[in-house]
Design a protein around this ligand. Structure first.
Ligand SMILES: [Zn+2]
Length: 418
């Protein structure tokens, strides 16, 4: 068997593994509440709030989708023409065309072009967030955030690119196998280290102050059988009025984080309801599930890239000889960008099902659907959410059930439907 045939078999195996993992680990058996119940919930919301949320999202849309389209157009223009390979050559030239310079600086140059082109649209989004009072950031703070996120991405990309092109040089015929293993390992590593290495770049995290709320949250976690050493508070208020909470990390780096804005905006019972949802993520090992699906997806992507390298016309369009050389970087970025846009609806669907399970967990743990519903209303109001977003947008990108779905789920729970 040739390496190409092995790669095709491996890709098939990874696709099956991804499918099996998704079937077994994602809670598919929990369909959203009936539409009629959702519409009832929508009618109970203040119309002024619904109108304002919709107006806000309509204002953001051109910037969001414009940036997506423009980013993709730039990636395709660079990757499917010799422009991208020439850019990689150009940045490698001062370094004697050394492969390390081409791999790392070339990769950063390609990504930077797409980032810079879409930067005005990101700035436009920021002005809208400020106008609607959601963002509390000055231009200086916003710029520092942009630069920090470039720096973090650059470090991660440099490590990945250096590893990848070392492998393609050492094993020109079998790089896809080592590359797939490396990509999967990187996803797992990132899940561990993001909370301790990357999140602190953007926010300060402090243990929640001792007091009745902290005591209640820790005892909630104990009652739930989830070992939680501490609840951390993030200083989100430095950039936003939005309220939120999340779990991240694996094993020793697992943590539950609440925004300081949530503690300011919501009464303690609603904070407990939010934390009960996060405990659901911890108990059902949702970060682990996400990491596993991500690792399988990343491995499959590397093998797929190798196989695409067998298409002569694609390589000719990009002006390169093989997928494994740094000059083919722009071609890879183009393929990955396109795949990301195509895969978004599936990722959103998986995420919504996992989030719905965490909601059900919160309802069961607190036994308090009334507070859960008022918490959902508050989240939507403060975050300027659209409680019932357009169907196409929901299917394409909603990571959580809509507010009306979550309210309807709470009402179904109150009626005794589990
Ligand atoms: Zn969640």
């Amino acid at each position: 068997m040739t390496p190409r045939l092995w790669a095709a078999v491996a890709l098939g195996g990874l696709a099956v593994a991804l499918l099996v993992a998704a079937v077994l680990l994602v809670p598919w058996h929990r369909p959203p509440a009936p539409r009629a119940d959702q519409l009832d919930a929508l009618r109970d919301l203040p119309q002024e709030q619904v109108r304002r949320g919709r107006e806000f999202h309509a204002a953001l849309r051109p910037g969001s989708y414009g940036a997506m389209a423009l980013g993709l157009a730039v990636a395709l223009a660079l990757g499917l023409s010799p422009l991208g390979s020439r850019l990689v050559e150009l940045v490698g030239r001062p370094f004697g065309d050394h492969w390390v310079a081409r791999a790392v600086l070339g990769g950063l140059a390609i990504v930077l072009v797409a980032e810079v082109v879409t930067l005005p649209l990101a700035a436009w989004r920021h002005t809208i967030m400020v106008r609607y009072g959601l963002s509390t950031q000055t231009w200086a703070g916003w710029t520092v955030d942009v630069l920090k996120s470039y720096a973090v991405s650059a470090v991660i990309a440099a490590i990945a690119l250096l590893g990848f092109y070392t492998v393609t040089r050492l094993a020109p015929r079998w790089w896809w196998a080592f590359g797939a293993a490396g990509a999967a390992a990187l996803v797992v590593l990132l899940s561990f280290v993001l909370p301790v290495l990357v999140e602190p770049v953007f926010n300060k995290f402090t243990p929640m102050e001792p007091g009745p709320l902290r005591t209640e949250l820790i005892s909630l976690a104990q009652r739930d059988g989830v070992p939680v050493k501490d609840v951390l508070v993030a200083d989100a208020s430095r950039r936003t009025r939005a309220v939120n909470a999340y779990v991240s990390g694996l094993g020793p780096t697992r943590r539950i984080v609440v925004y300081d804005t949530l503690l300011r905006e919501a009464p303690p019972q609603e904070v407990a309801s939010v934390v009960a949802h996060e405990l659901g993520h911890a108990k059902d090992r949702d970060v682990l599930t996400g990491t596993l699906l991500g690792a399988l997806g990343a491995a499959a992507a590397v093998v797929a890239l190798y196989l695409l390298g067998g298409w002569g016309w694609l390589l000719r369009a990009a002006g390169v000889e093989s997928m494994g050389e740094p000059r083919a970087l722009a071609l890879m970025v183009a393929v990955v960008s396109l795949a990301g846009i195509v895969a978004a609806p599936a990722q959103s669907l998986v995420s919504r099902r996992v989030e719905a399970r965490a909601d059900a967990h919160a309802l069961e743990l607190t036994g308090d659907p009334g507070t859960f519903e008022s918490m959902q209303r508050r989240l939507s109001t403060v975050n300027l959410g659209d409680p019932d977003p357009p169907r196409w947008e929901y299917l394409y990108s909603a990571s959580h059930p809509s507010t009306v779905e979550r309210m309807a789920a709470a009402r179904a729970f109150a009626r005794g439907e589990r």
